[in-house]
Design a protein around this ligand. Structure first.
Ligand code: HEM
Length: 489
């Protein structure tokens, strides 16, 4: 090679490399509200996830079509990409799932509380193996967990007959006890049950998100005895409670299996499928099974209970919907039996009210945060590696093009005979359970629980307003609070 040729090749290569980097950085970030010096958009973000989702909708509308699909925010130099349309969420988090299915770093939850075993917050191989075992079990053993849900809906009815004023506590009890039976084969007989207390304590751990340590991870070294160090005490308390949830019910089943007294459950079924040389107490795979079950509780309990509150509240606010659902139930069941899962195909209106509850008061208005692990590009915009990516489910489920009059609780929009119902169903399906390799592994379990509870309740009861001291009906407020990622009435 002549020196002249070497010179030409080096010049061309330098030009190409420079052009690549210049173009890469010239690509614009997605549009978004202007941030302030250093803190970025932090002062503009309202507290509480539900309010945040509403603010994103407002920004989307204020800024016009530019922000319809994708929006960029920045907090202390960290990028956040908000996906405001079903299309954008699917294009990135579903179609490019391999790079969009990680979770952002969560110093409070993982490093301080020690939740490095909880499937919903971890990433990589530990996530994959804990998640896939749950998915496989729920698919293969659906008859087992549906039998438990059916039984617990019958107990719920009995409790409601005996003491209807205590409906909220009975609902929580029904969901918690069916979880304990599905996962651990444990039947709850009274409210002082030891395992029930353990799982309930896990839901009550202090959760005052967002924590400053999540923005400045260095604060994890801050001493707990200094002013402002309460988050360290919260974390230590949560760690003890969560470790109890992780180990105590699992150890109980393992001991019962050794004694030959274990009932069929998630844990007993999966442990009994381990190769004979794997010790159910110490093997890696046994640990995966243990963690997978324990992490399920928070995800299952919060979402199912919150949606049941929404369903019951909607029935009180709109008695015409309640009447239509009851007349459908009467025509299918007659007067002398209760619904079962086999009745579901004959009860399309019950399906419609559940779909509308999922849409109207989505339990996770901003989904769970994902993180993109490679630099990417969408609609000509740059998406920096390491950005937190949020699916704005609240806005997607209020898109007036798909859901006319979106603030109205209108189950009829999902009737197959209604124009646009197929698209509406598709958007529900691709949004309310999350995206990509993070999409909810318990969606069918959750949906079945809602179906059997609401159809059983509507078969036996009229849901009406409570009366005040003067005998007047009280309109339920349906005011939601944000608790961690999930909204409660
Ligand atoms: C109908 C009620 C339910 C709804 C609406 C719901 C919704 C969701 C959503 C939005 C996510 C986050 C997905 C993402 O990050 O993109 C999620 C994750 C999860 N859900 Fe559900 N869920 C429900 C019921 C359940 C039930 C009953 C279980 C357990 C049996 C469960 C277990 C989980 C788990 C373990 C995760 C974490 C998945 C991961 O990070 O890979 N969910 N769910």
């Amino acid at each position: 090679m002549t020196p002249h040729l070497v010179y030409v090749l080096v010049t061309v290569a330098t030009f190409l490399v420079l052009r690549y980097f210049l173009r890469r950085h010239a690509r614009r970030l997605p549009p978004g509200p202007n941030g302030r010096f250093l803190v970025g958009n932090l002062p503009d973000l309202p507290k509480g996830e539900a309010k945040m989702a509403e603010t994103y909708v407002k920004w989307r509308d204020d800024y016009g079509t530019r922000l319809r699909s994708i929006m960029h925010l920045e907090v202390f130099g960290k990028h956040m990409i908000v996906l405001n349309s079903a299309q954008a969420a699917r294009d990135l988090m579903d179609k490019r799932a391999p790079i969009y299915s990680h979770r952002p770093r969560m110093p409070m939850l993982i490093e301080l509380v020690g939740n490095s075993w909880v499937v919903s917050v971890i990433s990589g191989e530990p996530h994959r193996e804990r998640r896939s075992i749950a998915q496989r079990y729920f698919l293969a053993q659906f008859k087992d967990w549906q039998r438990v849900q059916l039984e617990s809906s019958r107990t719920l009815l009995q409790n409601l007959f005996d003491d209807p004023d205590n409906w909220a506590a009975f609902l929580r009890l029904a969901v918690a006890s069916s979880f304990l039976q599905i996962c651990y084969g444990h039947k709850v007989t009274d409210t002082n049950d030891v395992l029930l207390k353990i799982v309930q304590d896990a839901l009550e751990v202090p959760r005052n998100y967002p924590y400053l340590v999540d923005v400045f991870p260095i604060l994890k070294y801050y001493p707990s005895w200094l002013p402002g160090g309460k988050f360290k005490k919260d974390a230590a308390e949560a760690r003890v409670i969560n470790q109890r949830l992780r180990h105590v019910p699992f150890n109980m089943v393992r001991d019962q299996m050794a004694a030959g007294t274990a009932s069929s459950s998630f844990i007993s079924t999966l442990l009994s499928q381990l190769p004979p040389d794997e010790d159910p107490g110490t093997s890696h795979q046994a640990g995966v099974i243990r963690d997978s079950a324990a992490a399920m509780y928070g995800a299952a309990m919060d979402s199912t209970v919150s949606l049941m509150y929404t369903l019951l509240g909607a029935m009180v606010l709109q008695p015409d919907i309640q009447r239509q659902a009851q007349s459908e139930l009467d025509s299918v069941l007659g007067q002398d039996r209760l619904p079962t899962f086999d009745d579901r195909p004959s009860l399309p209106f019950i399906d419609c009210i559940i779909l509308e509850a999922l849409r109207w008061n989505i339990v996770t208005p901003l989904g769970f945060p994902h993180m993109v692990i490679e630099e990417d590009e969408y609609l000509g915009y740059r998406i920096p590696k390491g950005s937190t990516v949020v699916g704005n489910a609240w806005a997607i489920l209020r898109d007036p093009v798909v859901f006319s009059n979106p603030e109205k609780f209108d189950p009829w929009r999902f009737l197959p005979t209604r124009e646009g119902s197929a698209t509406a169903r598709e958007v529900i399906d691709s949004t309310v359970y999350g995206w990509g390799r993070r999409a909810c592994p318990g969606r069918h379990v959750g949906y079945s629980a809602l179906f059997i509870m609401i159809s059983s309740i509507l078969t036996c009861f009229n849901i009406e307003k409570a009366l005040d001291d003067a005998g007047n009906g009280v309109v339920p407020s349906l005011k939601y609070i944000s608790k961690s990622f999930v909204r409660y009435c």
